[in-house]
Design a protein. Structure first.
Length: 367
């Protein structure tokens, strides 16, 4: 009985010590503080665009706080033979604590919802990127998930007005055909390939690298009628379409612009670009020929020379009608004898420009 009582006392003492130790541990536990990471919850970028997200200053000021990115809310799709989606996301989203930012480079990933033409794999509708903050002593924690959407990019067609939704070009028929160059930022081209959907133009157009080349046989065989080609070009990376552009090329007949007469049925040209007029008299020329006539738009004098030297037409005695191209000379007493050569520019409805000259030889009338 004495032994039983002795062990019972020991058990009570031990239990008391455990309770005391447990109570001390609870008293020593540090409070964990949840912090708010103040960054946008959604972000939309066009492929190739870069963006910086500022890291909140209260996190940067604490040297013991670690910041990391987590991509586990996305399916880790196999994007090529060597990489999965997480590998790409880890390069596209980086933490730069020194600069106080999270840098996003959408040119290192792909537009969302794209399907690879090589593997058939589909990308998520948005990339879920979770920013996690935690202190080394485990007293601070926080996280914020940003839904990042990357939309299909657009590249440029060199030499065209790329502000238009569908850039277009007018090309004169020639034996050389026509070439257009596709342009994209170098960062977007790493591992990417150009593609072209020529639709009905497949027999006369080809793609060589980033150059779209039309054969000399493109358009009307007789080179007299307009013919338009609608093209769709794309830039693909790992089979995913990352950027695209539609553009139109219109082949038109060679345009004739001169002062004189043209007989299309005979392909006969009569130049009337040298005239002799009496000094001081008024003069009105015939309208110039711009053929085909439907491309006629506007005219302007770009230069005037007298006897081979620049002439200051400050009084506006020599002029050209903007709509018709007709040259006029006002009755005057200020011009002197000599040859006045006017260079006139015609701007067509297609935006192409052509120049022609008209020389007015002025002399006094013999009495």
């Amino acid at each position: 009985m004495g032994i039983i009582k002795y062990y019972t006392k020991l058990s009570v003492v031990a239990a008391g010590l455990l309770l005391t130790i447990s109570s001390c541990k609870k008293d020593e536990q540090k409070e964990v503080r949840e912090v708010n990471i103040d960054i946008p919850s959604a972000l939309t970028l066009t492929y190739g665009e870069e963006k910086d997200l500022a890291i909140p200053a209260d996190l940067l000021s604490q040297s013991n706080v670690d910041l990391r990115l987590d991509f586990s809310e996305n399916e880790n799709v196999q994007v090529n033979a060597d990489s999965k989606l997480y590998d790409k996301l880890a390069k596209a989203f980086t933490v730069d604590r020194k600069q106080g930012k999270i840098h996003v480079n959408s040119g290192l990933i792909y537009p969302n919802s794209a399907v690879s033409s090589t593997t058939g794999k589909k990308l998520p509708d948005s990339y879920k990127v979770t920013v996690i903050a935690s202190s080394s002593d485990q007293t601070l924690t926080g996280k914020k998930t940003v839904a990042v959407t990357v939309t299909l990019g657009k590249f440029n067609i060199k030499g065209l007005d790329n502000k238009n939704d569908i850039p277009f070009a007018y090309v004169l028929y020639s034996d050389a055909g026509a070439t257009f160059e596709l342009e994209a930022p170098s960062s977007s081209l790493d591992g990417a390939t150009w593609n072209l959907d020529a639709k009905t133009a497949a027999s006369v157009v080809s793609l060589n690298g980033n150059k779209v080349q039309f054969k000399a046989t493109a358009g009307d065989p007789n080179k007299k009628a307009e013919q338009a080609y609608d093209l769709a070009s794309t830039l693909k990376k790992d089979g995913f379409e990352v950027a695209s552009r539609q553009f139109r090329v219109v082949f038109i007949p060679q345009i004739k612009f001169f002062y004189g007469t043209y007989y299309p049925e005979y392909d006969l040209t009569l130049l009337l670009n040298q005239v002799y007029i009496a000094l001081s008299n008024a003069y009105v020329s015939s309208a110039p020929t711009l053929y085909p006539d439907k491309y006629k738009s506007s005219f302007v004098v770009t230069a005037i020379e007298k006897d081979g030297k620049a002439f200051d037409n400050k009084d506006g005695i020599l002029a050209v009608d903007e709509k018709t191209g007709v040259i006029t000379v006002e009755k005057n007493t200020t011009l002197t004898e000599g040859s006045y050569k006017l260079t006139v520019k015609a701007v067509t409805t297609t935006g192409l420009e052509f120049t022609s000259t008209m020389t007015l030889n002025m002399a006094k009338l013999e009495e």
